[in-house]
Design a protein around this ligand. Structure first.
Ligand code: ADE
Length: 228
């Protein structure tokens, strides 16, 4: 997979998408993230990428021209499955959407800023709009990093067995069961006995029941009618 991120603050991606599992994905040649600085596509000698909104009002709007130049340059090199605009009014990111996006070969993530992008970008260039939650960030960068992380970790080969994405919270509409590690007792606080029994079937049964219980307690909205 290849993810191209278009941003006017490329610095926001250092220390995030180049670390940990995303770094491993790149080292294994499974997924690469390329950051594009919108300023490199600025239209005039003032390096301009934003302008006042037609009709007035506070806040600057990212201009269509730099964005279009950047996107068309990328599209000339390969096909893109999706061109995604990060926006608080987009469809709400879920594990289901991340699963779907993880099947893509190439994606562009476009980060808005200030008052957003010229509406014609959304009308003519963008294929999908995604929000990471009902709150407003100062720009789409953190949201794009969230999408890249949640998608890339699902690609086969990125995670090893112990960290397999298949046992994640939400993967089957349940949150993850509790986990423990050594020591089995600390200050008198013990670990559920079944987990140290070595009995795999019983452990799996316990984990499933705990996941259901925890979902009922913390996120009852996730449970389908039949389990409720
Ligand atoms: N840009 C600003 N706020 C955002 C949000 N909540 N999700 C995605 N992109 C955003």
């Amino acid at each position: 997979m290849r993810i191209d991120i278009i941003t006017c603050i490329p610095e926001m991606f250092t220390g995030t998408v180049d670390q940990s599992i995303l770094k491993r994905a790149a080292d294994k040649n499974v997924a690469h993230i390329h950051i594009h600085n919108l300023r490199d596509y600025a239209v005039n000698k003032h390096n301009q990428i934003d302008d006042y909104a037609f009709g007035g009002g506070a806040g600057m709007v990212l201009m269509i021209e730099p964005i279009e130049k950047c996107i068309s340059g990328l599209k000339a090199q390969r096909n893109y499955d999706e061109i995604i605009y990060m926006s608080p009014d987009g469809e709400l990111l879920s594990q289901g959407i991340s699963n779907e996006l993880s099947l893509n070969e190439n994606m562009i993530l476009l980060c808005g800023h200030y008052k957003g992008v010229d509406e014609r970008v959304r009308e003519h260039l963008v294929t999908r709009e995604i929000s990471i939650g009902d709150y407003v960030l100062t720009g789409g960068e953190l949201a794009a990093a969230v999408v890249a992380d949640s998608v890339i970790r699902l690609i086969p080969g990125v995670m090893n067995d112990e960290t397999s994405a298949l046992t994640d919270s939400f993967q089957d509409n349940l949150v993850a069961p509790p986990v423990y590690t050594r020591p089995a007792e600390y200050k008198g606080w013990t670990v559920p006995e079944v987990l140290t029994s070595g009995h795999e079937a019983k452990i799996n049964d316990w984990r499933f029941k705990q996941a259901v219980k925890r979902t009922q307690e913390k996120r009852p909205d996730l449970l389908s009618e039949d389990i409720k």
